[in-house]
Design a protein around this ligand. Structure first.
Ligand code: AMP
Length: 218
Protein backbone atom coordinates (compact mmCIF):
# COMPACT_ATOMS: atom_id res chain seq x y z
CA UNK A 1 0.00 0.00 0.00
CA UNK A 2 1.25 3.48 -0.92
CA UNK A 3 -0.11 6.31 1.20
CA UNK A 4 0.50 10.06 1.10
CA UNK A 5 -0.16 12.12 4.25
CA UNK A 6 -1.24 15.68 3.57
CA UNK A 7 -1.60 18.42 6.14
CA UNK A 8 -0.27 21.81 7.14
CA UNK A 9 2.87 22.04 9.29
CA UNK A 10 1.78 21.02 12.79
CA UNK A 11 -1.18 18.91 11.62
CA UNK A 12 0.46 15.82 13.09
CA UNK A 13 1.70 14.15 9.90
CA UNK A 14 4.93 12.92 11.48
CA UNK A 15 3.19 11.50 14.55
CA UNK A 16 0.47 9.80 12.54
CA UNK A 17 2.91 8.50 9.91
CA UNK A 18 4.99 6.87 12.66
CA UNK A 19 1.90 5.21 14.20
CA UNK A 20 0.54 4.07 10.84
CA UNK A 21 3.88 2.74 9.68
CA UNK A 22 3.99 0.55 12.80
CA UNK A 23 0.38 -0.61 12.51
CA UNK A 24 0.35 -1.19 8.73
CA UNK A 25 4.02 -2.28 8.42
CA UNK A 26 4.88 0.40 5.89
CA UNK A 27 8.17 2.27 5.53
CA UNK A 28 7.83 5.82 6.90
CA UNK A 29 9.50 8.38 4.65
CA UNK A 30 9.61 11.96 5.86
CA UNK A 31 11.17 14.42 3.41
CA UNK A 32 11.72 16.92 6.26
CA UNK A 33 13.59 14.27 8.30
CA UNK A 34 15.72 13.36 5.26
CA UNK A 35 16.69 17.03 4.88
CA UNK A 36 17.37 17.47 8.63
CA UNK A 37 19.55 14.35 8.61
CA UNK A 38 21.49 15.64 5.59
CA UNK A 39 21.91 18.99 7.35
CA UNK A 40 23.17 17.34 10.55
CA UNK A 41 25.61 15.21 8.53
CA UNK A 42 26.91 18.28 6.67
CA UNK A 43 26.32 16.68 3.24
CA UNK A 44 25.98 18.57 -0.05
CA UNK A 45 22.21 17.89 0.03
CA UNK A 46 22.01 19.42 3.51
CA UNK A 47 23.90 22.51 2.31
CA UNK A 48 21.51 22.88 -0.65
CA UNK A 49 18.44 22.63 1.60
CA UNK A 50 19.60 24.77 4.56
CA UNK A 51 18.67 28.24 3.37
CA UNK A 52 15.20 27.21 2.20
CA UNK A 53 14.42 25.36 5.42
CA UNK A 54 15.51 28.31 7.56
CA UNK A 55 13.20 30.61 5.61
CA UNK A 56 10.27 28.20 5.66
CA UNK A 57 10.35 27.87 1.87
CA UNK A 58 10.19 24.71 -0.20
CA UNK A 59 13.52 23.22 -1.24
CA UNK A 60 13.63 23.29 -5.10
CA UNK A 61 11.78 20.44 -6.78
CA UNK A 62 14.76 19.01 -8.64
CA UNK A 63 16.63 18.44 -5.35
CA UNK A 64 13.60 17.19 -3.39
CA UNK A 65 12.15 14.90 -6.04
CA UNK A 66 15.49 13.17 -6.63
CA UNK A 67 16.05 12.67 -2.90
CA UNK A 68 12.63 11.09 -2.30
CA UNK A 69 12.54 9.00 -5.49
CA UNK A 70 15.99 7.59 -4.61
CA UNK A 71 14.80 6.78 -1.09
CA UNK A 72 11.68 4.89 -2.22
CA UNK A 73 13.76 2.44 -4.24
CA UNK A 74 15.36 1.09 -1.01
CA UNK A 75 14.51 -2.53 -0.08
CA UNK A 76 12.50 -1.53 3.03
CA UNK A 77 9.94 0.15 0.74
CA UNK A 78 8.99 -3.09 -1.03
CA UNK A 79 5.91 -3.67 1.21
CA UNK A 80 4.66 -0.14 0.74
CA UNK A 81 5.32 3.33 2.05
CA UNK A 82 3.79 6.15 3.94
CA UNK A 83 4.99 9.51 2.67
CA UNK A 84 5.06 12.36 5.17
CA UNK A 85 5.76 15.86 3.81
CA UNK A 86 6.06 14.77 0.18
CA UNK A 87 4.61 15.65 -2.29
CA UNK A 88 4.19 19.31 -1.41
CA UNK A 89 3.20 20.72 -4.79
CA UNK A 90 1.68 19.55 -8.07
CA UNK A 91 5.02 19.02 -9.80
CA UNK A 92 6.20 16.70 -7.01
CA UNK A 93 2.90 14.78 -7.11
CA UNK A 94 3.19 14.33 -10.88
CA UNK A 95 6.80 13.15 -10.61
CA UNK A 96 5.83 10.67 -7.89
CA UNK A 97 2.94 9.25 -9.93
CA UNK A 98 5.18 8.91 -12.98
CA UNK A 99 7.95 7.14 -11.05
CA UNK A 100 5.47 4.73 -9.44
CA UNK A 101 3.79 3.92 -12.76
CA UNK A 102 7.21 2.92 -14.12
CA UNK A 103 7.51 0.30 -11.37
CA UNK A 104 3.89 -0.89 -11.72
CA UNK A 105 2.79 0.82 -8.48
CA UNK A 106 0.53 3.76 -7.61
CA UNK A 107 -0.57 5.94 -4.72
CA UNK A 108 -3.57 4.15 -3.17
CA UNK A 109 -4.73 6.81 -0.71
CA UNK A 110 -3.97 10.41 0.23
CA UNK A 111 -4.96 11.18 3.81
CA UNK A 112 -5.58 14.87 4.53
CA UNK A 113 -5.36 15.75 8.23
CA UNK A 114 -7.28 18.97 8.76
CA UNK A 115 -6.49 21.27 11.72
CA UNK A 116 -7.53 24.91 12.38
CA UNK A 117 -4.88 27.59 11.87
CA UNK A 118 -5.02 28.73 15.52
CA UNK A 119 -4.38 25.16 16.68
CA UNK A 120 -1.49 24.74 14.20
CA UNK A 121 0.22 27.88 15.53
CA UNK A 122 -0.14 26.79 19.14
CA UNK A 123 1.17 23.28 18.38
CA UNK A 124 4.23 24.49 16.48
CA UNK A 125 5.31 27.24 18.88
CA UNK A 126 5.22 24.76 21.81
CA UNK A 127 6.72 21.79 19.98
CA UNK A 128 9.83 19.95 21.21
CA UNK A 129 11.30 16.98 19.32
CA UNK A 130 13.69 14.21 20.39
CA UNK A 131 17.08 14.35 18.65
CA UNK A 132 17.34 10.58 18.94
CA UNK A 133 13.97 9.07 17.96
CA UNK A 134 12.09 12.16 16.66
CA UNK A 135 9.26 11.66 19.19
CA UNK A 136 7.27 14.90 19.45
CA UNK A 137 6.27 16.69 22.70
CA UNK A 138 4.36 19.86 23.47
CA UNK A 139 5.37 22.04 26.41
CA UNK A 140 1.75 22.38 27.57
CA UNK A 141 -0.40 19.59 26.12
CA UNK A 142 2.10 16.69 26.19
CA UNK A 143 5.24 17.61 28.16
CA UNK A 144 7.95 14.99 28.83
CA UNK A 145 8.19 13.59 32.39
CA UNK A 146 11.58 15.28 32.79
CA UNK A 147 12.14 18.64 31.06
CA UNK A 148 14.37 18.34 27.99
CA UNK A 149 14.56 14.52 28.07
CA UNK A 150 12.67 12.06 25.83
CA UNK A 151 10.41 9.65 27.79
CA UNK A 152 10.90 6.97 25.14
CA UNK A 153 14.65 6.84 24.53
CA UNK A 154 16.24 9.32 26.98
CA UNK A 155 17.40 11.46 24.05
CA UNK A 156 17.76 15.23 24.21
CA UNK A 157 14.73 17.34 23.22
CA UNK A 158 15.15 20.40 21.02
CA UNK A 159 13.01 23.03 19.31
CA UNK A 160 13.32 22.99 15.52
CA UNK A 161 14.99 26.13 14.13
CA UNK A 162 11.99 26.63 11.82
CA UNK A 163 9.46 26.44 14.69
CA UNK A 164 9.61 30.19 15.37
CA UNK A 165 6.63 32.48 14.77
CA UNK A 166 8.02 34.20 11.66
CA UNK A 167 9.05 30.99 9.88
CA UNK A 168 5.87 29.20 10.96
CA UNK A 169 3.79 31.92 9.30
CA UNK A 170 5.78 31.53 6.08
CA UNK A 171 5.42 27.71 6.19
CA UNK A 172 1.64 28.04 6.61
CA UNK A 173 1.49 30.47 3.68
CA UNK A 174 3.48 28.04 1.53
CA UNK A 175 1.14 25.22 2.54
CA UNK A 176 -2.02 27.09 1.52
CA UNK A 177 -0.50 28.38 -1.74
CA UNK A 178 1.43 25.34 -2.97
CA UNK A 179 0.38 22.21 -1.11
CA UNK A 180 -3.37 22.73 -0.65
CA UNK A 181 -4.00 22.23 -4.43
CA UNK A 182 -2.99 18.60 -3.85
CA UNK A 183 -6.23 18.08 -1.91
CA UNK A 184 -8.10 18.67 -5.15
CA UNK A 185 -5.56 16.64 -7.16
CA UNK A 186 -6.05 13.51 -5.05
CA UNK A 187 -9.79 14.12 -4.67
CA UNK A 188 -10.22 14.14 -8.46
CA UNK A 189 -8.22 10.91 -8.62
CA UNK A 190 -10.68 9.37 -6.10
CA UNK A 191 -7.88 8.87 -3.55
CA UNK A 192 -8.64 11.45 -0.88
CA UNK A 193 -9.50 10.51 2.70
CA UNK A 194 -10.12 13.69 4.71
CA UNK A 195 -10.38 13.89 8.49
CA UNK A 196 -10.27 16.16 11.51
CA UNK A 197 -6.83 16.20 13.14
CA UNK A 198 -7.91 17.36 16.60
CA UNK A 199 -8.09 14.79 19.40
CA UNK A 200 -5.63 12.35 20.99
CA UNK A 201 -2.89 10.73 18.86
CA UNK A 202 -4.58 7.34 19.21
CA UNK A 203 -8.05 8.70 18.35
CA UNK A 204 -6.73 10.29 15.17
CA UNK A 205 -4.84 7.16 14.23
CA UNK A 206 -8.02 5.06 14.63
CA UNK A 207 -9.94 7.64 12.61
CA UNK A 208 -7.40 7.33 9.78
CA UNK A 209 -7.43 3.53 9.81
CA UNK A 210 -11.22 3.33 9.72
CA UNK A 211 -11.29 6.03 6.99
CA UNK A 212 -8.87 3.93 4.91
CA UNK A 213 -10.95 0.77 5.46
CA UNK A 214 -14.18 2.52 4.43
CA UNK A 215 -12.48 3.94 1.35
CA UNK A 216 -11.03 0.56 0.37
CA UNK A 217 -14.55 -0.97 0.44
CA UNK A 218 -15.96 1.63 -1.97
P1 AMP B 1 8.78 19.33 7.52
O1 AMP B 1 9.60 18.58 8.50
O2 AMP B 1 7.95 18.42 6.64
O3 AMP B 1 7.96 20.42 8.16
O4 AMP B 1 9.80 20.07 6.52
C1 AMP B 1 10.73 21.02 6.97
C2 AMP B 1 11.26 21.82 5.81
O5 AMP B 1 11.94 20.93 4.89
C3 AMP B 1 10.21 22.51 4.95
O6 AMP B 1 9.80 23.76 5.49
C4 AMP B 1 10.96 22.65 3.62
O7 AMP B 1 11.91 23.70 3.68
C5 AMP B 1 11.72 21.34 3.54
N1 AMP B 1 10.89 20.30 2.88
C6 AMP B 1 10.38 19.16 3.43
N2 AMP B 1 9.68 18.46 2.55
C7 AMP B 1 9.72 19.15 1.38
C8 AMP B 1 9.18 18.96 0.09
N3 AMP B 1 8.41 17.90 -0.20
N4 AMP B 1 9.45 19.90 -0.86
C9 AMP B 1 10.22 20.96 -0.60
N5 AMP B 1 10.75 21.22 0.60
C10 AMP B 1 10.51 20.33 1.60
Amino acid sequence: MYIVLLGAPGAGKGTQAALLSEKLKLAHISSGDLFRQALANGTELGKQAKMYMEKGQLVPNEVTIKMVLDRITAPDCKNGIILDGFPRNLEQAGALDKALIETGEKIDHAVYIKVSEAELLSRLTGRWVCRGCQAPYHEISSPPKKAGVCDKCGGQLYQRADDNTQTIKKRLQVFFAETAPLIDYYSKAGKLVEMQGEGSMEEISQRIISGLKTKAKK
